[in-house]
Structure formats: structure tokens, C-alpha cells
Ligand binder design. Structure first.
Ligand SMILES: Nc1ncnc2c1ncn2[C@@H]1O[C@H](COP(=O)(O)OP(=O)(O)OP(=O)(O)O)[C@@H](O)[C@H]1O
Ligand SMILES: Nc1ccn([C@@H]2O[C@H](COP(=O)(O)O)[C@@H](O)[C@H]2O)c(=O)n1
Length: 243
């Protein structure tokens, strides 16, 4: 009540889950169907890992990573094809890192960045600012600590998971030259490192669990949309007030 159109907050759909659970692809498709934006928070951690590599910053040094964060410029699109751009400190060129941040080399390094508490605080503030400035009616925001830390008050909070075997099979399908065993080992190793920092393996109180192990892609999208619809039906007056 009493809000002006300029200050309306988007409806937030928070989604967490382990590596390869389908968070990004399912969230993106669900967001498109609902005409919401999508913020992939893992892209920022990945882009930071890339920026460390490019500038020879030690990813294990939190002060060095924080100094890099002071100087870099990071942008990500919330609609349409995802575009992630980074301008390095002292540079003028905005590098399109959308593809390179998905390589196994970056995936293997990114937990060295995300383990730093103050780096997380800085990135979490950046995520909140991106969402607030989006001007969109709704944003799906996905990662590892969205339901618990970044947006614990989001009206919709989902933990999306699938068995490690299923996740490795799906991921191996998109990586040329990587065996199922190698992909499974990589996924398990990354989950173990990440889970030491944030809990995304079990749902926090009030978080809806969506296990897609036995769902196809379309069914997984529908499960997210159904959860959003259910939450909207349960809170119609709040939705009206927000919008
Ligand atoms: N329910 C599903 N059925 C079939 N394939 C799926 C399903 N969900 C996701 N996939 C596929 O699994 C792969 C991994 O999904 P995605 O990249 O979205 O996972 P993620 O959780 O974002 O992973 P990461 O954390 O490593 O970025 C993609 O190829 C995606 O298309
Ligand atoms: N909220 C988040 C999101 C990501 N991370 C870290 O980034 C890595 C890459 O994330 P993907 O979703 O693209 O797989 C992930 O392994 C985490 O180390 C995070 O800590 N918190």
C-alpha cells in the first residue's frame, strides 16, 4: 500500500539446488513462460573466477578477490538470451564471457571464489540491486543460497534437486568428450566444496522441494509454475498490494 509505480518490488521466485539439477535451464524456461526475468547468480561467481584467471589474481586470497570486485564492471541480462559481460580493472573493453564461464575449467575453479564470506556478501548485495533495478514484474533468482540468504522472504522458495546419477547423465549429454564417470566425479566434488559454505542439499523450513529425477524437462518447468501459482493463490491480496 502506498507504493508508487517506480518503487514496486518484483515478485521474487527463489530457486536453489546442486550442480546440474536443472536450476538454470528450468528456471529460465519457467521465467519466460511467466514473463518474468531470470537472474542466474552462479554466473557472477563464474565470471569472477574467469576475471581472477585473466588478471592473475589468486582466487584463494579473499582480499585480492575483493580488490578485483572493487574494480570490475559486471553486467548480466535478465531477459532473452543470457549475456554476461565483464570489464576488467583498468580496461575499457566489455568482454562477453557468456560461453567461457560454462567451461569445465571455470567450473573446477569457482568454489575457490565462492568460499569467501565477504565476497558472498558483496555479490549478494549486487544481486539484490540488480533485481531491484530490473523494473520487471517478477524475477526468478537461482543459485545456492537464494532461499536462505539472498531472498529468505521471497513469496516462492524452491529447492530443485535430482539424484547425482541423473544430474551427471544430463550434464554429460551437453559436454563433448567428458565421460559420465568424470562428470559425476566433478559434480560431486563441486557440491561437496559448495555445501561446506551454504546448505542447498536439504530444503530450509518453508522451502518447496522439487525433485526432477523422474521428470522430463517440461514437467520440471510445470512444477515450478505450479508452485508459483499456488503461492499466488495463497497470497492474492499481497500480490495485488505489491503490483
Ligand atoms: N527435468 C529435466 N529433464 C531432462 N533434462 C533436464 C531436466 N532438467 C534439466 N535438464 C538438463 O540438464 C542439464 C543441466 O541443467 P542446468 O544447466 O539447468 O543445471 P544447473 O542446476 O543450472 O547446473 P549448474 O549448477 O552446474 O550450472 C541441461 O542440459 C538441462 O537441459
Ligand atoms: N548463489 C550461488 C550461486 C553460485 N555459487 C557458486 O558458483 C558456482 C557456479 O554456480 P552454478 O549455479 O552456475 O553452477 C557454484 O558451484 C558455487 O560455487 C554460490 O556459491 N552461490
Amino acid at each position: 500500500m502506498g507504493t508508487t509505480p517506480e518503487t514496486l518490488d518484483p515478485i521474487l521466485v527463489a530457486i536453489d539446488g546442486p550442480a546440474g539439477s536443472g536450476k538454470s535451464s528450468v528456471s529460465r524456461a519457467a521465467a519466460e513462460q511467466m514473463d518474468f526475468g531470470i537472474l542466474d547468480t552462479g554466473a557472477a561467481y563464474r565470471a569472477l573466477a574467469w576475471a581472477c584467471r585473466e588478471t592473475a589474481v589468486d582466487p584463494d586470497s579473499e582480499p585480492a578477490v575483493l580488490a578485483l570486485l572493487d574494480e570490475w564492471i559486471y553486467t548480466i541480462s535478465l531477459r532473452g538470451e543470457q549475456r554476461v559481460q565483464v570489464t576488467l580493472p583498468g580496461g575499457t573493453e566489455a568482454h562477453d564471457v557468456s560461453a567461457v564461464i560454462r567451461t569445465p575449467e571455470i567450473s573446477a575453479q569457482v568454489s575457490r571464489i565462492s568460499k569467501h564470506p565477504d565476497v558472498r556478501v558483496r555479490l549478494n548485495n549486487m544481486f539484490r540491486e540488480i533485481v531491484a533495478a530490473s523494473g520487471l514484474p517478477g524475477v526468478v533468482i537461482e543459485g545456492r543460497d537464494i532461499t536462505t540468504v539472498v531472498a529468505p522472504d521471497a513469496p516462492v522458495r524452491i529447492l530443485m534437486t535430482a539424484s547425482p546419477e541423473v544430474r551427471a547423465t544430463r550434464r554429460a549429454g551437453e559436454l563433448v568428450g567428458e565421460s559420465h564417470e568424470q562428470v559425476l566425479a566433478d559434480i560431486m566434488a563441486r557440491d561437496a566444496k559448495d555445501a561446506a559454505v551454504v546448505n542447498f542439499l536439504t530444503p530450509a523450513p518453508g522451502v518447496t522441494l522439487i525433485d526432477t529425477s523422474d521428470m522430463n524437462f517440461g514437467q520440471s518447468i510445470q512444477a515450478v509454475i505450479d508452485t508459483v501459482d499456488e503461492a499466488r493463490r495463497a497470497r492474492p491480496s499481497n500480490d495485488k498490494e505489491q503490483r
